[in-house]
Design a protein around this ligand. Sequence first.
Ligand code: HEM
Length: 400
Amino acid sequence: MLSEQTIKIVKSTAPILAERGVEITSYFYKSMFEAHPELLNIFNHANQKQGRQQTALANTVYAAATYIDQLEVLLPAVKQIAHKHRSLNVKKEHYPIVGEFLLKAIKDVLGAAATDEIINAWAEAYGVISQVFIDIEEEMYNQANWEGFKAFKVMKKEEESSLITSFYLQPSDGSNVPTYQPGQYITVRLSVEGEQYLLNRQYSLSDAPGNKYLRISVKKEGENPTTLGKVSNYLHDHIGEGDEIEVTAPAGDFVLDTTDAPLYLISGGVGITPMMSMLKRTADEQKDRPVTFIHAAKNSDVQAFNEEVDEALSKLSQARKYLIFENPSEADRENNRFDAEGFLDEEKLKALVTDTNASFYVCGPVAFMKNTIENLANIGVKEENIHFEFFGPSINLKEY
Ligand code: HEM
């Protein structure tokens, strides 16, 4: 239990941390990696370069400080992060390292303003916050299908569009393929030639559970793979059938509910991957559940899974598909391959959403998600009915 005095200090200094949060967390990562370069085998270097991880950590530390005396408010957010940590094999022994360098960063960046009293209060608060994470993660480790990374063999590699390729994976040791909930992801870890550290990325499972494989569908990212898209380019260009990659057990809490409420699956670009898992599961197990599948893509060249979506929708008794192309080709126009042109704006959503009490699942690029979530709220959908997942660190979409 934290003392009244500690709580008071932490709460009153939280706004200073918020103001200089990114500065503090940038300094924190730099000094931690200098002292513990082995941690670069866990962290995503691209997120670091873009400052996304620094922002995510700063926001969370600020939120935790603000709610230090009622951390249960933050439990849903903590659980989401804990899934990511578990999926990356973050262990309890890592927490004191992060704590040490976070406190050092607060001290060094704030200078004289960070008195011993303040630093001690933050040290105590970090102890409480990290214990919440450690306890939740321990439970998740106990429930996971296997511990740490396990070798999987690529049994099939299939192009889904000019940018997206699927990899079908089976455990190399012949063990059973784990079950999972539609919407969950796995971490893929690669040792890439020329890279000093291992590279980790999360990919949603893109097929229904219950198959003899795990399927991920990877978008080739970035024009220049030296900065962005190192892992996706490597997978596309160098990993083929018969090759092995390491993966952790399925994780994540962006998962399909199995109520009979009408279902809206809304995706942009490669955000379609978790939707495939959700759609196919529903088509197999809840054939009478009304489903509206909304997908936004540039055009049919880059659009993945069109036939697979149609096949799944055909199994459902009440199904609707709505495609929006931002930049349709001539052939798309001639063949009526899309329902609307441009973006998924409020007007289009309003016309599509006939039941604001339905369950809404949203996944796609950050701008797409922000707009869609805002638009859903504007047309009267309650927050608790909107589920979403960011690819990459979730940077402050929700205000606490
Ligand atoms: C991701 C917070 C401790 C390693 C994250 C994210 C947040 C966060 C907010 C982004 C989640 C997302 O992707 O949506 C925290 C807090 C901690 C803590 C508040 C302490 C109380 C640790 C520790 C480690 C760690 C001890 C291991 C050394 C990571 C990694 C990611 C991550 C590797 C994935 C993001 C990336 O690689 O870019 N954490 N974390 N975290 N965290 Fe932590």
